[in-house]
Design a protein around this ligand. Structure first.
Ligand SMILES: [Zn+2]
Length: 133
């Protein structure tokens, strides 16, 4: 667990508010921000359209069930593919499009997401759930 040390040395001035957020909460905010960006750019309505809302709800549910809990890697690095194939494609499309735009719209979330992405994926004692929907 020596790795934790370097994590704690992250510059906390980035955003004091987010210090208390767990990685999961952060990931939740990140995915929500990405889906909102994507929807606004593609489906053009006010708020989320039904499909994007459904995707967001699905992503939230997956996060609730994430076997990694607080040690969760970012989804792009996660070895447990917990999304159903269809949803996975959709969320990938969202992330491909919104990812680069996040830097401008949500620099703090984007920065944390990049930092989180550098963490090594923790080894699960008994990985399961790879086939869950
Ligand atoms: Zn939409």
């Amino acid at each position: 667990m020596g790795k934790i040390l370097s994590i704690r040395r992250r510059p906390h001035y980035i955003s004091p508010m987010l210090q208390t957020d767990t990685r999961i909460e952060r990931e939740r905010k990140t995915v929500e921000a990405m889906i909102r960006l994507f929807c606004a750019g593609h489906h053009g309505g006010r708020g989320l359209c039904r499909k994007c809302e459904e995707l967001l709800a699905y992503a939230g549910k997956r996060l609730d069930k994430c076997p990694y809990g607080k040690d969760k890697p970012t989804c792009a690095h996660c070895p447990v593919h917990c999304y159903s194939p269809g949803m996975r494609d959709r969320v990938r499309e969202v992330m491909r499009w919104s990812g680069p735009r996040m830097i401008w719209r949500h620099p703090v979330l984007a920065a944390f997401h990049l930092l989180d992405g550098r963490r090594k994926v923790p080894t699960l004692p008994a990985p399961k759930g790879g086939t869950r929907k």
